[in-house]
Design a protein around this ligand. Structure first.
Ligand SMILES: Nc1ncnc2c1ncn2[C@@H]1O[C@H](COP(=O)(O)OP(=O)(O)OP(=O)(O)O)[C@@H](O)[C@H]1O
Length: 588
């Protein structure tokens, strides 16, 4: 049987993937089957978060036994195809083929272009010289970072930001990334003022609305701490007071994947700081980097151990790969376009809360050490970490969940209700299935509203919902969580937090949304909650990985419950959410 036919029969391909193969066959009926199959797989690979398809590892995309061709023969067939450009053979580079074969990877042309443009954009920024105004800010540097002699990595990050236009600051939760940013921005502001230059225009941004809010709150908190430490109020006043989503920063153009700001119309900013960079996908990172003005600085913050972006990418991991481990001081030998030495990795946890003792578990999960993770979970010695072994129904096992949600309905103040709602979240690895977010939400909604399962979701008071698309018109964005409450006439209104207080919407006027009592870990990325109940599926799934578990448990601020079997935890920790990307070699 042909490979394409086998793929079709396996049910692995989406209609779109098959349509690409069929259109190539229509254009040239003599196209070899393996080329058609590879085209479909290149399309499917992007949907799975890869930038390209690797013919040497087809099972990364479709993990079943099929008559996979051997990689060398497959690559030869691809190289010979009129639909595949091979940039190494310069003569085919200019042809507008739908596919590009480069460095052993088969790309949809658009994604290869995103990757190429992103690499060259990052190198452009990395090569930019920075002004030398900072000597004047030396005494302020010493005030802000008194511990430089103790290998203070926050100080090292700030020093790097005075020297380099591209800066990467990584670290786990609470390692002081945002605090370091606030301080280094104050340094850059002071340096500009000392040099008689205009105060730098600074933009703070993150991939989701919630992550942007958290970033702005953290920067404000750091500013208050600096004020208390006697830092000049004028310097602190120049810090940005808010943060926006990356989409809003770049300026969406209705009905187009393009943004108002691009290489031809760059962002009017001297410094752009992006938090939660691990969530930024390849197309968005490419567009962001191209929109950074000549001479401007780009600072990326993130936790490299979290899940990569849902869309094509694993961009942060590839950039960090090119930048080095961030543990050494910078390498002066590197070429100016190199990213080497542009990263500082923060290690020390600064969060005060003694309530939740997460660090040893997070470390075991990050390292994929299932034995250690299980010993910690079963030992029950980590404070506020609870393991519910073999529990697969959170609603039965933890009645406090329903009690919490029930209480929301009687809140009369929407701001209080939203605040309370943010205290607890049920996280799932999967969307579908008995332990999936969708089914759990249906059951929770039925229990809270008293309606039978199967009836459409009712607008009952206390219903939590999650926006699943970006809507400029509503100023509601993917990931925003709202709560339904009754107005004075008993009619439902859905409330969302906004920059200037809460905002109400009629339920019928909302953009795409779903219930949000339970939420997948992917959707919760960028948010934090006081209490987390992480419900794992009863059996293993390809979606489970150490990055997923790490992201899930690090969403908790005070209490963490993990429910599932040891087998599923062991299987999850043996898997890494690796993505096929060529960005690493492009960045050298
Ligand atoms: N150098 C420091 N000295 C004292 N406290 C600090 C220092 N750096 C950070 N903190 C405190 O540690 C806490 C976490 O810091 P911060 O929010 O900057 O971390 P983060 O890495 O940005 O966290 P997250 O990953 O959750 O965004 C804050 O309460 C902050 O005030």
């Amino acid at each position: 049987m042909s490979l394409l036919r086998a793929l079709q029969q396996s049910g692995a391909l989406r209609t779109l993937d098959d349509a690409l193969a069929q259109s190539l066959r229509r254009l040239d009926p003599a196209t070899p089957d393996t080329v058609l199959a590879a085209a479909a797989l290149a399309s499917l690979a992007v949907a799975q978060g890869h930038a390209a398809f690797d013919p040497a590892q087809p099972r990364q995309v479709v993990d079943i036994d099929l008559p996979w061709p051997d990689a060398a023969t497959w690559l030869q067939a691809l190289e010979a195809s009129r639909f595949v450009a091979v940039p190494e053979h310069a003569d085919t580079e200019s042809a507008a083929t739908p596919l590009v074969l480069e460095h052993g990877l088969l790309y949809l042309r658009r994604y290869r272009e995103y990757e190429r443009r992103l690499a060259s954009g990052l190198q452009r920024i990395a090569a930019q010289p920075m002004g030398s105004d900072h000597a004047a800010a030396q005494s302020l540097f010493e005030t802000l970072f008194p511990d430089t002699h103790d290998d203070d990595r926050q100080a090292r990050a700030a020093a790097l930001a005075l020297q380099r236009a591209l800066v990467l600051i990584t670290g786990g939760p609470g390692t002081g990334k945002t605090t370091a940013i606030a301080r280094l921005l104050v340094l850059r502001i002071a340096a500009a003022i000392h040099a008689g230059k205009p105060v730098p225009r600074i933009a703070l941004a993150a991939p989701t609305g919630r992550a942007a809010e958290r970033m702005a709150e953290s920067v404000q908190r750091a500013a208050q701490q600096m004020a208390a430490a006697g830092i000049d109020a004028d310097l602190l006043a120049a810090l940005p007071s808010g943060a926006s989503t990356l989409h809003r920063l770049l300026g969406p153009v209705r009905g187009s994947p393009r943004f108002r700001h691009d290489a031809g119309n760059p962002l009017p900013c001297d410094i752009v700081v992006v938090d939660e960079a691990s969530m930024v996908d390849l197309p968005l990172m490419c567009k962001l980097v191209e929109a950074i003005a000549a001479g401007a600085q780009l600072i990326l913050l993130g936790d490299a151990d979290q899940l990569p972006s849902v869309e094509a990418g694993d961009v942060l991991a590839a950039i960090l790969g090119a930048a080095g481990d961030g543990l050494q001081t910078q390498d002066d030998e590197a070429s100016p376009r190199s990213l080497r030495g542009s990263r500082v990795h923060l290690l020390r946890g600064w969060r005060q809360s003694d309530a939740l003792q997460l660090a040893p578990l997070a470390e075991a999960v990050r390292d994929g050490d299932a034995l250690a993770a299980l010993a910690l979970l079963r030992g029950g010695t980590l404070s506020n970490v609870h393991f519910h072994e073999n529990v697969d129904d959170p609603l039965q096992a933890q009645p406090a969940l329903l009690t919490h949600w029930r209480a929301l309905a009687s809140c009369s103040d929407p701001a209080v209700a939203l605040e309370l709602a943010g205290h607890l979240r049920l996280l799932t690895a999967l969307r579908e299935g008995p332990q999936g977010a969708r089914g759990l939400n249906t059951r929770i909604a039925a229990q809270l509203s008293g309606r039978r399962i199967g009836t459409p979701p009712a607008w009952f008071p206390g219903r939590l919902l999650l926006i699943t698309e970006n809507s400029e018109r509503h100023q509601l964005f993917n990931g925003d969580v709202g709560i339904c409450l009754a107005d004075e006439h008993g009619a439902p209104l859905v409330w969302f937090a906004g920059r200037d207080g809460v905002r109400a919407f009629h339920p019928a006027a909302l953009p795409a949304h779903e219930s949000a009592f339970a939420m997948t870990v992917h959707k919760a990325q960028g948010s934090e909650f006081d209490d987390i109940w992480l419900q794992l599926p009863r059996s293993d799934s390809r979606v489970l990985s150490r990055e997923l578990l790490y992201t899930a448990i690090t969403r908790a601020r005070n209490t963490l419950h993990i429910a599932g079997s040891a087998d599923v935890i062991v299987a999850a920790l043996s898997r890494q959410a690796s993505r096929v990307t060529g960005l690493g070699w492009r960045l050298g």
